[in-house]
Write a protein that binds this ligand. Structure first.
Ligand SMILES: [Zn+2]
Length: 453
């Protein structure tokens, strides 16, 4: 048991380790699908000309995407950062002297070894090769990298760079799996670095019961949308709620058409380590590579309208789709996130306060709630979840924007006084739908965010 739980640097290190573990497990599941020798480079020398061919197994792309954060400084879980967090977090001697030397040597090889290519008399390292491919179109499009690759088109160098791109990723996989292994080793007393060993005390913030089992952590926002950073400690949400009504609400949110489509555009991979896909009516959206999405329509209707030339020579289209949703279910999903946010920011005790009991019954049992869910009929696509909490007398107002789908709610029951129809009409004029969470469902203005493409 640790007494340093409130030290911010400890919290940060723990978060790095927990995030690394989650990411590594995704990578593991992607790795299982990769066959032996997934990358083949063939060099031929004919008539004084060298040519190179590269063959890459499809499953390899999924793996490379999963490994990306381990190679990216700004991800927060770059390999050196994870190593440092573990070294500082654990008592003296977690890593032996030899292991520290080995880790450094492995990282140096990844970062400094030459690729065999020279550019303007300068040797290009393997790591630079990785960055050129990554920034030159695979993950990103940075001018310098794009130009550099353009200069190599048609020659064997491009294949060689791509080969290093994959081999650096595989190096990162080896180092990551060694780090992960260190955390699991029982013999050295290093086991379960990530696991909390203290007993769970207190009630689940949703059912207020203590007997539902507490084996997992709950993400504040559905993990498949963004929420890898913000995780409630084990013991806040019970397994019974998590696997029961709450998981159903996550599904509702993730499959809500405007969110489902954007997820395919913005999310590098799903929590199972697969490339995301979504189906909205007759349309299917499938991510094939990090920057390639295939959209197929099962009907003859042309879903692409208003072709517009773009400055980069491509043609933009507006994508039209009809959005059908169960608004009440969607509201419950938003309420669920809102209560998570309260627990995350203000603590379990606050989240368990009796003024949220009606919200709890609404979330878990779909009981009527004297209140409204307000949802914007237009949204600007953004690949993130934003949230704001305002505490007022007898009101806890939470506004959430999930991938640009904007919702507002009060976690406390407050029957509206005055002419509700009039208020609803005014809200509609400003582009907001007001969904009563009691009585008969009411038809509402549809939510249609702009096309994120
Ligand atoms: Zn529960």
């Amino acid at each position: 048991m640790e007494s340093d739980g409130n030290d911010p640097s400890v919290v940060v290190r723990r978060r790095v380790i927990a995030r690394f573990i989650r990411q590594y497990r995704r990578v593991e599941s992607a790795r299982k699908r990769v066959p032996e020798n997934p990358v083949g480079l063939k060099l031929t020398f004919e008539e004084q000309r060298l040519s190179a061919g590269l063959k890459v197994e499809d499953a390899m792309h999924r793996l490379v995407i999963g490994l990306r954060p381990f190679l990216q400084k700004e991800s927060g879980i770059e390999l050196r950062d994870v190593f440092a967090a573990l070294k500082e977090h654990r008592p003296e001697g977690f890593f032996s002297e030899q292991e520290i030397v080995d880790f450094d040597a492995a990282m140096k090889a990844l970062e400094e070894e030459g690729s065999g290519l020279h550019c303007d008399e300068r040797a290009v390292t393997r790591r630079e090769a990785y960055d050129y491919i990554a920034d030159g179109g695979y993950f990103d499009e940075k001018d310098e990298a794009v130009e550099f690759l353009k200069g190599l088109e048609g020659g064997p160098a491009l294949s060689l760079l791509r080969f290093h791109f994959f081999s650096v990723s595989l190096d990162a996989l080896h180092i990551a799996s060694w780090l992960y292994g260190c955390m699991q080793e029982p013999a050295t007393g290093r086991a379960e670095v990530h696991g909390e060993t203290s007993p769970i005390q207190g009630d689940c913030i949703f059912c207020r019961k203590a007997d539902g089992g507490f084996t997992s952590q709950d993400h504040v926002f559905p993990e498949s949308l963004a929420g890898d950073d913000e995780v409630l400690p084990r013991g806040y949400v019970c397994d019974r709620c998590n696997a029961g009504p709450l998981s159903g609400l996550d599904e509702v949110l993730v499959n809500f058409a405007p969110i489902a489509v954007q997820r395919v555009f913005y999310l590098p991979f799903t929590k199972k380590g697969k490339l995301p896909h979504a189906r909205v009516g007759a349309l299917s959206f499938e991510k094939r590579f990090p920057r390639v999405i295939r959209i197929q329509s099962g009907s003859n209707k042309n879903v692409f309208a208003d072709p517009k030339p773009l400055p980069d020579g491509m043609v933009g289209h507006t994508l039209r789709m009809e959005v059908k949703a169960n608004w009440r279910q969607l509201a419950r999903a938003f309420f669920r996130m809102a209560l998570n946010v309260i627990a995350f920011r203000q603590g379990r005790e606050r989240a368990c306060a009796p003024e949220f009991d009606a919200a709890r019954r609404f979330i878990l049992e779909d009981q009527d709630f004297q209140g409204y869910f307000i949802i914007a009929s237009q949204g600007k696509p953004t690949p993130e979840v934003q949230v704001r909490v305002q505490d007022a007398p007898a009101a806890t107002l939470v506004t959430l924007s999930v991938y640009g789908v904007y919702g507002e709610l009060n976690l406390q029951e407050t029957p509206l006084s005055g002419d509700v129809t009039e208020i609803a009409r005014e809200a509609a004029e400003k582009g907001f739908g007001m969904i009563p969470l009691f009585g008969e469902p009411v038809p509402l203005v549809p939510v249609v965010p702009e096309n994120p493409a």
